[in-house]
Design a protein around this ligand. Sequence first.
Ligand code: ADP
Length: 434
Amino acid sequence: MMNKTEEKRSASFAIIQAAFVFMFLFSLLLGSVIFYDFSNVNLGALAFIIATICSLLLAKNIYEIANNEEKQKEIGKKISDDYINHPPKKLFTEVYDNSPIAYLILDKNGKIVSTNKSAVRLLGRSPVILKDTAFFSCVDTSKTEHLVLIKEKFRNGVVVVDEEIEISRDEGPAWATMSILPFTDSLGNRASLVTLLDITKQKEVDTAKSEFVSLASHQLRTPIAGMRWSAELLLMDEVGTLTKQQRRYVNRLLTNIQRMANLIDDFLQVSRFDLGTRELETEVVDIQKMIDEVVGEQTVLFSSKNLKLEKHFDNSIKEFVTDAKLLRMIITNLYNNAIKYSKNDGEVEISYLREGNDLIFSVRDSGIGIPKSDQPRIFSKVFRASNAMKEVPDGTGLGLYIVKKAVQVLRGRVTFKSTENVGTTFTVVIPVTL
Ligand code: ADP
């Protein structure tokens, strides 16, 4: 197809050609007049005739250029339509083979049928070895809690999108985001296309960061505990009586030490979840007692807002086996948020009930709510909604991330419903052993 510069060049060429023809015919005419002395010939009329011939020539050439361009466009469109509607098989094979994304085709049992070059590189095994190997045997199952769910989706032919997995291989682990797209092959058999995007480098950087945060938070715990004990000692009368103002300062010191300790705890939890080092530690839990303890810990903030608390507990499920620390983390963060984002004189409701082997725990508030546009990102690390940043400037955006991760380790799910300026309800469903 002609591009713009070529079109311009052809049009200029047509004009130059017409000008040359005109000059040639006119000089021929002039020469003939001088040579043969046609003194009674009307030069003006002849020049007009020549100019008309040249204009016709010019118009013809320009028409051809334009027509040619239309034809080229049509041919180009036909070619590109053909590529879209019937792409050549060779093109597919080239893209499949040489794509920087790893592609694998699995049969209905999850056995590898075909791999491209990137897949061979990423999985660190030869195509011969990979052929007929169960794909999920290449994935590290020890640290990936959600792999059970992924396998279940695969078995049921459900699409899997962008799930992070760890690949075990001889030269050290690799990380990838995996998608699985089921399809039916030409023989009518169920098969799946697996795409793996290598994120090993990014993961290594993230891991190094998380390890640093984990180490730093861990090391900071001891000096913070020391500061708290000293401040608490100062408040004891045995050390010496403090003036009212000194007492106020020490209390302020204690409040800030507590905030710092909470923050460090959150950093530590997040880094543990990110490193995948948080393992399930189950024990018998009395949920009613746990909720009462959490509520007791937050009385100061609760009372300062003059809130009303409602409790709805299902007495058929008082004790069960779960990870107590993770459950406490979930309850504390959700209840603390409910208070933090409540307006004065508002209402908070905390409830749980049993449904089969599931515990359904929820916290409802009549607070500021979460704007619709912010809702999709609410469980992301360090994300805070626009209204929360204005109304409650103090916040890290780590609480809900911790809740999401803790729920994941417990193999449950967390959802929420929220309307701005009306309120929010968070619901957690976790399987429990009675
Ligand atoms: P933080 O509360 O420290 O900002 P979280 O991770 O606990 O961090 O919460 C993330 C964001 O979710 C909050 O900043 C807030 O915008 C929103 N949010 C969480 N819980 C509630 C709630 N009960 N009501 C309104 N907004 C909430």
